[in-house]
Each structure stands twice: as C-alpha cells, then as structure tokens.
Design a protein around this ligand. Structure first.
Ligand code: NAD
Length: 377
C-alpha cells in the first residue's frame, strides 16, 4: 500500500465532508483543500488538516504537494447547479475542468498516481435503458454534464500518458446526512428534491412537483437515490483499491431502484409526520422520464452495495435540519479561533495565486447574489 496523506479537494462541501469523515474513520490522514465558495469550515472533520484556497491555483497545489507526501487525491471540488451551468458555462468549465487539469498537473509533477473523481449521471443525458450501465451512450445535455465528461476524458488520457490511475464515480441522486445529524446538505441554493421537500415539510412552505404526464407508474419523474454515507464508503473503497495497486475503473453509484417524485413527497410526509403543501407545476425542459443506475459493476469491483434505504436518507436529512435550523449558520465560514489553529498556511510557490484570488472573489460575489435571491440559509 502506498504511504501518505489523502488530499480531498472540496472536502468542506456536502459529499466531500462525509467522505473526509469516513476516510478519517478508516485510518487515513487527510488534508482538505477548499475555497469555501459553497463549503463550510464547520463541516470539516476536526481530525483533518485544512487549507483554504483554490484548487485551480497551481502555485498553492505545488506548495501542498511539496510539503506533504500525498498518496492519492479525491476531487470533489466543483460547481453543481445544472441551470446555472447553462448561463455561466465559462465558470463551470473552469471549476469542473480546469480544476481537474491543475490537480493532474500537480500529481504528474509530484509523482502521485491515484485519483478518485466525482462525476455524475448527467454524463449519460436522457437514456432509454431501464437501468443505466457504465457502457451506456454518453450524451450530456448541459454544460455541467459536458464539463464533467471532459474531465473524465482528461483523467483517462493521463492514465495512458503518465500512469495516473483513477476511480471515476458517476453519482445518481445523493441525499441524507451523517447518522448523528452533525453534518449534512447545505448548498447555497437547494435544488435537490429530498432537501427541498423536507424543507417544505418543516417550514410549511408550498412546493411544486414538475410534470405529471411522464411515462412512469404515477406520471411523475422517477429517480435513483443514494445515501451520502454509502457514497462516502464507496470512495474509501475506491481509494483503498488504488493505493493497493488496483486497476482504474469508471463506476456508477446508485441503488438500482427508482422512486417517483410523488413517492418521495409522500414518504417525506410519512417520515416527518407533517403535511406537505404541494401542487403540480409544469414540466421542466430536459427532465427525462426515468433514470436508474445499474450498480452491478460497483458490486463486482468494490464489493459495494448501498446499505441505507430511502427512509433512512429522509430521516437523516430531517434530523440534520431539525438540529441545525440555520444549517451551518450565516457565520458558517467565519474562522473561529479554535479552527484557526488547524488551518495550514501555504505560500503559493509560483505567480498563479493573484489570478485565482481574483476568480475567487468573483465567485464570492456570484454566491452573495444567489444567497440574496434564495434565502435558504
Ligand atoms: N450533490 C449531488 O447530488 C451530486 C450528484 C452528482 C455529482 N456530484 C458531484 O460531487 C461533487 C461534490 O458535490 P457536492 O454536492 O458536495 O457540492 P458542494 O457544493 O457541497 O461541494 C463542493 C465543494 O467544493 C468547493 N469548491 C468548489 N470549487 C472549488 C475550487 N475551485 N477550489 C477549491 N474548492 C472548491 C466548495 O467550496 C465546496 O466545499 C461535485 O463535483 C459534483 O459535481 C454531486
């Protein structure tokens, strides 16, 4: 097994913070690199080291790789809102593609050969297969999906050229929170159905289900959901496989089971015991009837299958929101004195730093606007 730390980019975000926790539990030493554009310091496991900075900043990456022996990288950093990617493609390609390019450059320079990458079911676009396998045709339908597919391609090319091995995970719909309700989903703009429905149930605010005439058992979209801890467990298995010399793989992470939007809303109501005010809204452009993952390959290669069901995902999300009505709080990224001690300071080793500080401040401006129009935090 290769010795060294695991660098987790985006480890202060929703999925990254759960993966960091599971890595720490599995005995790995972890360094998180996050620019906190959508992440939260409070989400980062106290046993992990933390560097606040941008993953596109090659100078900073170089400093981190020089000062630490890195055995592998988990790349979660990126932007995730599909409609936003349509209006801001440059920003999405920059964060989802250029960021991966920078990480791979640093890995090549410092002879690090293992990367676990967060990809998405969006690379498949609308698929006619009842259960989508990794061999299904790839035709993303948004800049978000294309930016992830481009990054996948780059990662595969770097294996052929430089021997950097990968585990690329294509996630389906991720939901849930830690079992103790201490960390959970806290995106600045919540677009995912389970948290939107849980919020509607807890606050009494009305919500919509978009479309009721799809080719599914009740006419509403059918999707595959996976618990964030099951996803995090798969990442730990993927990294173990790579550091132990295993082969590269591209693997779906889903449950092989679908639930319709209406079933989700009904199940949230059952779990919370609080009625949900919902109505049917119009169809949204681009929503496929049904998307379900085949997880056969994950079973074969990683001996992984999901352990937590839909009710568990909803229960854990509800518990997280009940315990944290303000999520990580408006001051979630103010650096508290106890956190200050664990921050690692690196001086970027080349001149790229100033350029990326400028990009970061534009990202912060964009997020401020999103916060103002979506008062969810
Ligand atoms: N949430 C889902 O349902 C889902 C589904 C499919 C794929 N994914 C992928 O999983 C990954 C994580 O998603 P998430 O839901 O945890 O999102 P998130 O927004 O909660 O986390 C992303 C993290 O990356 C950080 N970040 C973004 N750009 C960065 C940069 N340039 N440098 C340093 N840090 C940066 C953010 O601050 C944040 O902490 C993303 O790459 C996303 O595309 C998520």
């Amino acid at each position: 097994m290769e010795e060294g730390k695991i660098l987790v980019t985006g480890g202060a975000g929703y999925i990254g913070s759960h993966a960091v926790r599971q890595l720490v539990r599995a005995g790995f030493q972890v360094i998180v690199l996050d620019n906190l554009s959508t992440g939260h310091i409070k989400a980062v496991d106290p046993k992990a080291e933390l560097v606040i900075g941008d993953v596109r900043n090659l100078g900073l990456l170089d400093a981190v790789f020089t000062r630490n022996k890195i055995a592998g990288v988990m790349q979660f950093a990126g932007k995730i809102i599909v409609p936003e990617s349509v209006s801001h493609p440059l920003s999405y390609y920059d964060d989802n593609f250029t960021a991966v390019l920078s990480v791979l450059r640093a890995m090549k320079t410092h002879h690090v050969h293992n990367i676990v990458f967060s990809s998405t079911a969006a690379v498949y676009g609308t698929s006619k297969e009842p259960s989508i396998t990794e061999e299904a045709e790839l035709h993303p339908e948004s800049p978000y999906g294309f930016s992830k597919l481009a990054a996948e391609r780059l990662i595969c090319d770097c294996e052929r050229a430089y021997g950097i091995r990968h585990c690329i995970f294509r996630y389906f719909n991720v939901a849930g929170a830690s079992e103790d309700g201490s960390i959970g989903e806290a995106h600045p703009v919540e677009t995912h159905l389970i948290p939107v429905t849980v919020n509607a149930s807890l606050t009494g605010r009305p919500m919509q289900i978009f479309g009721n005439d799809y080719q599914t058992r009740d006419g509403t979209n059918l999707r595959d959901y996976i618990h964030v801890l099951d996803l995090a467990d798969a990442h730990v298995l993927g990294m173990k496989m790579l550091v132990n010399g295993g082969n590269s793989a591209i693997i779906n992470l889903g449950s092989d089971k679908g639930y319709t939007n209406k079933e989700i809303v009904e199940t949230v109501g059952e779990v919370t015991g609080r009625p949900i005010q919902w109505t049917f809204g119009p169809r949204r452009p681009g929503d496929a009837d049904s998307i379900v993952a085949s997880n056969r390959k994950a079973k074969e290669i990683l001996d992984w299958s999901p352990k937590r069901d839909l009710r568990q995902m909803i229960h854990d999300d509800v518990q997280w929101r009940d315990k944290h009505p303000n999520l990580y709080g408006r001051q979630g990224n103010k650096i508290a004195s106890e956190d200050r001690k664990r921050l690692l300071n690196y001086t970027p080793s080349r001149h790229f730093g100033a350029f990326y500080e400028d990009i970061e401040s534009r990202d912060q401006e964009r997020l401020k606007k999103l916060h103002e129009t979506n008062r969810l935090n």
